[in-house]
Design a protein around this ligand. Structure first.
Ligand code: FAD
Length: 616
């Protein structure tokens, strides 16, 4: 009885049928038969097997790169087999290492229907009656009024929180300082072509949040088999993502798929009755008796007027991302609990994609065919723990160990500007679904902590923000303005020289300028990067080259603060009715983890407001 999971089934590149993720091919059936020690592969009924994961494994330690599958086997569907073969089935648990029993509820149900089964409102559109007379934070909702929730920010966390809250029957207003994807696309076009940075509609601000013009990687450290992650991925499929993201070992969407997906998400929220206000910024909170009772908002494009409007509500979900520095300051003015958090800073390295393909795949590199081939465009992930002698004169007591790692690698992508202020310069990477550009870029970052902020005499809860700003301003000056990015070849960076004044080409559209990037960061960060890059070259021979171009500066890897909240209710530790969520509050890092946090927080808020009684 039951479902068994078959692990690490390898199929060679030449035998694999290609991009059809669901296909239980002949080659895969042969491999399944081998693992089951079942003599005749062709007798196995394909309908008994479901592919749940497919990855490309090109690690050097194995003889030949191959596709590696994880497959679920439903024993009940093997009944067509002759009785003698049941003997091997009874021995399944002895084939340890390749097979494990799977609990029946391995994949969670559809998010929307799960919510509907547990919500305490008859119907979100018509019967607007809250059954419970719930008391929360001293506030009692009358039986006939739906609780009003303001969600600030339409990134993954804000969108998923809005979805859950609207489904359970809250009256949701989603406020986004940036523009809807259609206008945001035009604003980003004007930035890339005419160097016009819209302060409120750019790579960080606007519908879908920071991840819209991105590579759309959907990998997360939470783990692919986590049911919340699967629920988020299934919801993305519901809104138009390809089903392959449920199976692909390293799923990614790319900007071209994210934009229509977000339009569908928006339409669905509007059908549920969510009021969405783009180009509207939350400037302040309205607090009464230590409880939020509303927000002050203004038109984010109209800087001339302080046209503040008040919006009353019962709860505010704050999903503002890591670049809402003005919002962080506003929180401090209300004495909301905010503490510093470690994060990472560094440089973005770019190589020709062909070079990365050949480092990773050797002979198979030609099979990549600009994202059209069977073999995926090559990526990499590197990490080192670097031990340095104490070189810093400012902080002799500083620890000499730092972790250095690659971050947000974009195969077949381009380097983009993520500044939100023209006097600052910071970058990141994006790509389209086919990952077909000539370039591969990734951030190489070093962890930084309070000791680093103290060394620059930066104090207070926002010391990390000031730390980021310091290097963003320095990078802008080193580039000479106009969003030109300072760059240095990896070879020169390792030798602390500037031998190449005519730099190799870069995918960055607003121009690059040769500079000695040793002048950017404190020496201990630079040295950690130098050591790490040397070590990465041992793992990926050819990583250091004159064609590898380091771009400055990567500072917004994650939030530099924690807006502290209660673990059970997700409510701020000292302001009732405020729910800080997502990356900006320090509870997520990346699209999927932000969406998961938004979903969980949505349920927690719904519970607090008496709208939901199911489990999360
Ligand atoms: P955000 O997505 O940052 O959303 C916050 C939203 O709040 C923004 O839209 C902002 O405009 C709005 N806002 C802020 N302040 C206010 C205010 N006062 N009033 C109203 N609205 C406000 N992650 C991945 O997992 N995979 C990737 O491939 C990837 N690539 C990336 C590429 C780029 C260029 C960037 C910038 C980021 C990338 N990330 C990627 C990171 C990912 O985008 C974030 O981790 C994720 O978007 C965080 O989600 P969030 O909802 O917490 O915040």
């Amino acid at each position: 009885e039951g479902v068994w999971r078959l692990l690490r089934l390898g199929v060679s590149v030449h035998e694999d049928p290609g991009k059809d993720f669901w296909c239980v091919s002949e080659a895969l059936l042969k491999e399944i038969a081998r693992v089951l020690e079942f003599p005749v592969a062709s007798m196995l009924p394909p309908e008994a097997f479901t592919v749940v994961r497919k990855s490309f494994d090109a690690r050097k330690l194995q003889k030949e790169p191959k596709f590696v599958y994880t497959v679920d086997m439903d024993v009940r569907k093997l009944v067509s087999l002759e009785p003698r073969t049941w003997e091997f089935i009874s021995e399944l648990d002895q084939k340890a290492g390749f097979i494990e029993f799977l609990h029946h509820e391995s994949i969670s149900g559809d998010l929307m229907s799960t919510i509907r089964n547990h919500r305490k409102i008859d119907d979100t559109a018509s019967a607007r009656e809250v059954h419970s007379n719930h008391v929360t934070g001293g506030y009692k909702f009358p039986a006939t009024r739906r609780p009003k929730v303001v969600v600030v920010g339409s990134g993954p966390s804000g969108l998923f929180a809005s979805l859950v809250l609207a489904e359970v029957g809250a009256e949701v207003t989603l406020i986004e300082r940036g523009q809807a994807v259609e206008q945001r696309g035009r604003d980003i076009g004007a930035l890339v072509v005419r160097r016009m940075l819209q302060l409120e509609s750019n790579f960080c601000f606007g519908e879908g949040g920071a991840g819209t013009w991105s590579d759309g990687k959907l990998v997360t450290r939470i783990g692919r088999n986590n049911s919340s992650v699967l629920t988020v991925l299934k919801t993305l499929v519901h809104f138009g993502a390809p089903c392959s993201i449920l199976v692909d070992g390293k799923p990614h969407l790319g900007t071209d798929r994210l934009v229509p997906l977000l339009r569908n998400f928006r339409r669905y929220l509007q059908e549920l009755g969510v009021t969405i206000r783009f180009g509207t910024r939350v400037d302040d909170l309205v607090v009464k008796s230590e409880h939020i009772v509303g927000v002050k908002i203004s038109d984010s494009r109209d800087q001339s007027e302080a046209c503040c409007q008040k919006l009353g509500c019962d709860a505010v979900v704050l999903a503002v991302g890591h670049s809402a520095r003005d919002t962080y300051h506003m929180l401090l003015s209300h004495n909301v609990d905010v503490v510093r958090k470690d994060f990472a800073v560094g440089l973005r390295i770019e190589h020709p994609q062909e070079l990365i393909n050949s480092i990773q795949y050797s002979g198979l590199a030609s099979e990549v065919q600009s994202g059209r081939g069977k073999v995926p465009v090559a990526d990499y992930q590197v990490a080192e723990y670097v031990n340095l002698r104490d070189v810093d004169t400012l902080s002799k007591s500083d620890s000499t160990s730092r972790s250095c790692y690659s971050f947000c690698m974009c195969p077949g992508g381009q380097v983009v500007l993520t500044s939100t202020d023209p006097s600052e310069l910071c970058i990141n990477g994006m790509s389209f679904s086919r990952r077909s550009s000539r370039w591969a870029n990734a951030a190489l970052v070093v962890n930084v902590s309070s000791k680093d902020f103290d060394a620059l005499n930066l104090s207070g809860p926002l010391a990390g923000v000031e730390f980021q700003r310091t290097f963003e301003r320095k990078a802008a000056l080193m580039g000479g303005g106009n969003f030109v990015v300072p760059v240095q070849t990896a070879t020169d960076f390792l030798e602390n020289r500037l031998s190449v004044t005519s730099v190799p080409p870069s995918s960055y559209r607003l121009g690059v300028k040769a500079a000695n990037l040793h002048k950017l960061f404190p020496v201990r960060i630079t040295e950690a990067l130098q050591h790490a890059i040397s070590m990465f070259d041992k793992e990926l021979p050819g990583f250091i080259s004159n064609n590898a171009l380091l771009h400055g500066v990567e500072t917004r890897t994650s939030s530099p603060i924690h807006i502290t909240r209660r673990s059970d209710t997700c409510e701020s530790t000292n302001l009732k009715g405020l729910y800080p969520i997502g990356e900006g509050a320090g509870y997520a890092g990346g699209i999927v983890s932000a969406a998961v946090d938004g979903m969980h927080a949505g349920f927690a808020v719904a519970r607090n407001l008496g709208l939901y009684d199911g489990s999360i």
